[in-house]
Design a protein around this ligand. Structure first.
Ligand code: F6R
Length: 242
């Protein structure tokens, strides 16, 4: 894995956006894997800026999001569907038909997960996958476990994830489950950009980069990916010595 350290979250985000924009300029129909949460916001701001400047068009670009809360209507304020449309998709020229976000309200969750994996495969796989990381080392919502996961599945969120994300639910009513792309699917992406900012991520980054490859720290699996780049600010990189 390649580690790049920046002074600020904005600079790390700009570096991620540069790689994404370069990919889309080279192949307008590129397939992007996208993440939600606080970390990718500088990436999305820079993608919007580059689109408005006329550097890039996303009109043929295809996207797949990592995850979505179970049983939360798409139009809910805290859904990842709402997050993506507010923070990125409504501000660029992407075709809504090319946007793929898991439906957490699908009556048959297993069928929804299988449908999603099938669509990724049909699209030719993910060219660039953007990831954040949980303080417990999760990627997507693949929580620490005894085994690495495979394809898309429904997961029970860990207490650590619930504690980190409860702030996004004004009524305190946060779903206990989510649908997430599995580690096997993440590892099939041709290029992976993991972004982490802030001191609260320093331990997880240390474990992912310097620790053993173990499903107890799901992000450590990226040590085995042929093209994984970690884009970190100084605070998240604090425990990495060299
Ligand atoms: C989001 C996702 C999660 C987040 C992680 C970090 O789609 O899959 O793995 O990337 O929980 O969240 P933030 O960026 O809010 O610290």
């Amino acid at each position: 894995m390649e580690i790049r350290i920046f002074d600020t979250p904005e600079e790390a985000g700009k570096a991620a956006a540069d790689i994404i924009v370069e990919t889309v300029v080279a192949n307008p129909a590129a397939v992007l894997g996208l993440a939600t949460g606080a970390t990718p916001l500088p990436v999305y701001r820079e993608m919007i800026r580059r689109y408005e400047k006329g550097d890039v068009t996303f009109s043929k670009t295809v996207t797949f999001n990592l995850d979505e809360y179970s049983s939360l209507p798409r139009k809910a304020e805290s859904s990842y569907y709402t997050f993506m449309w507010s923070n990125l998709f409504s501000r660029i020229d992407i075709d809504g038909d090319n946007v793929h976000i898991l439906d957490g309200c699908a009556p048959d969750k297993a069928a929804e997960c299988a449908r999603f994996d099938g669509m990724i495969e049909e699209a030719g796989g993910v060219d660039v996958q953007l990831l954040g990381i949980g303080t417990n080392g999760h990627i997507g919502f693949n929580e620490p476990a005894d085994e690495f996961t495979g394809g898309t599945f429904e997961v029970k969120l860990s207490q650590s994830t619930r504690d980190s994300n409860i702030k996004y639910f004004a009524d305190g009513n946060m779903p206990e489950y989510a649908l997430t792309i599995g580690i096997g699917t993440i590892m099939k992406a041709k290029k992976i950009l993991l972004m982490a900012t802030g001191e609260s991520k320093a331990k997880a980054i240390y474990a992912a980069v310097k620790g053993e490859v173990t499903p107890r720290c799901p992000a450590s699996v990226l040590q085995n990916h042929p093209d994984a780049v970690f884009l970190l600010d100084k605070a998240a990189a604090k425990l990495l010595e060299d």
